[in-house]
Write a new protein. Structure first.
Length: 106
């Protein structure tokens, strides 16, 4: 009977150690899930911002395209577009260089 008692004590200590190890693993798992949920929320927010940026870029591109097409019919529009030449080039448009007005002849 005395031989079984130390074995029961070792098993009890081993069981308690396993209990604490499982509690630690569970704690780390819950923290990891929480971090993953926060990352998913951040990704969803960034995707919403990306949709908005792409929509705004499409609107600006369409507006720039319309302005350049209009400047082909109305040369006075070229002077309005000149300050925005660098931004138009970033969008992929190449505005024509404005020709200086011809000197008035008397």
């Amino acid at each position: 009977m005395s031989k079984k008692f130390p074995l029961a004590g070792v098993l009890a200590v081993l069981m308690i150690a396993c209990l604490f190890a499982n509690m630690w693993i569970c704690y780390r798992y819950v923290r990891s899930l929480h971090a993953a949920q926060l990352k998913q929320i951040e990704v969803a927010r960034l995707q919403g911002m990306l949709v908005m940026v792409n929509r705004n870029r499409a609107i600006v591109t369409a507006l720039a395209n319309d302005a350049i097409e209009y400047s082909k019919r109305n040369p006075a529009m070229e002077t309005v577009l000149q300050p925005f030449a660098a931004q138009l080039q970033q969008l992929g448009f190449r505005p024509r260089q404005a020709t200086p007005p011809a000197p008035a002849t008397r």
